[in-house]
Write a protein that binds this ligand. Structure first.
Ligand SMILES: *Cc1c(COP(=O)(O)O)cnc(C)c1O
Length: 290
């Protein structure tokens, strides 16, 4: 992304948008656009689209929101004041992890301008007929799938939060989430992504992930099956193109991201609870799972 941005002569500046008034302190006469994702990948922070849009518009800036984690089934940034919405169609919108695509939405005038000035010649912005077919078919079950992703992820979030081996959980619809009020105002469900950390830290996380059988280890997200991965993998995947830049924020070593799929919630709870049983080798109880 940095390469694309600098190729068009633009410069990126990192701003902490959890404090929307930071926009006013960070802009220069060259600033044109405020760009962010919400909920954020991978820490599940929720940013206030209305407040950020209000501050940005006061300075004549446009606002673009990557709403991939929420989808239009759960969140409509244009209704909260944003000018442009981005979706990775590869994720929940298609939902089956078998194709790639993206979408930009906004006023006809904004989209026409982008198409004419920036996107027209780029062959990688054209969706193939096969991808279009798969995405359209996936979209017909979006609302149903998102409902299931939300319900199951919420159950898992509550299960994790109550577990003694779990140090912290971030899920937008948990009342303990620091941005919970914004999430309730802006989203109709918490989506299917979870972030959490264990008391035992990164080593415990690696061992726990190994013990899972239904939830697969991997950085894939927003598809039918559940996936889980720790900080090392997240850092590699997300920051490769941003290495050495101010955008390469320190994630912390204990972050576990779980993309909750469409499996039965009880099966997923059982898988997690089993994996969270840390070393009780001298228990009198025989281990019936083996
Ligand atoms: C995966 C992802 C993207 C990139 O989507 P691709 O379709 O893989 O290019 C952008 N934003 C978010 C929030 C994502 O999770």
């Amino acid at each position: 992304m940095l390469e694309i941005v600098s190729a068009v002569g633009a410069k990126l500046v990192a701003v902490d948008l959890s404090e929307p008034s930071a926009i006013g302190r960070s802009i220069t006469e060259r600033t044109r656009l405020v760009y962010f994702d919400t909920p954020t990948n991978p820490l599940n922070s929720v940013l206030d689209v209305s407040a950020i849009s209000e501050h940005a518009h006061a300075f004549g800036l446009k606002v673009a929101v990557d709403s991939t984690f929420a989808t239009p089934a759960l969140q409509r940034p244009l209704g909260h004041g944003a000018d442009i919405v981005l979706h990775s169609l590869s994720k929940y919108m298609n939902g089956h992890g078998d194709t790639v695509g993206g979408a930009l939405l906004g006023t006809a005038a904004d989209i026409r301008k982008l198409r004419n000035e920036s996107l027209r010649e780029r062959h990688d912005t054209i969706i193939s007929p096969q991808a279009a077919f798969l995405i359209l078919r996936g979209l017909s079950t979006l609302a149903l799938r998102m409902n299931q992703h939300c319900n199951t992820a919420h159950v898992l979030a509550l299960t994790l939060e109550a577990h003694p081996s779990v140090a912290w959980v971030r899920y937008p619809f948990l009342t303990s989430h620091p941005d919970h009020e914004i999430a309730r105002r802006q989203m109709s469900g918490g989506s299917g992504m979870l972030a959490f950390g264990l008391e035992t830290g990164p080593e415990g996380a690696t061992a726990m992930i190994k013990r899972l059988s239904l939830i697969r280890s991997g950085g894939d997200l927003a598809e039918v099956g559940s996936f889980i991965c720790g900080s090392a993998r997240l850092t590699n995947a997300r920051h490769l193109s941003l290495a050495g830049s101010q955008f390469c924020v320190n994630l912390g070593e204990d972050v576990i991201r779980c993309s909750v799929g469409l499996e039965d919630a009880e099966d997923l709870v059982e898988d997690l609870l089993t994996a969270l049983e840390f070393g009780q080798p001298d228990s009198d109880q025989p281990d019936l799972r083996r």
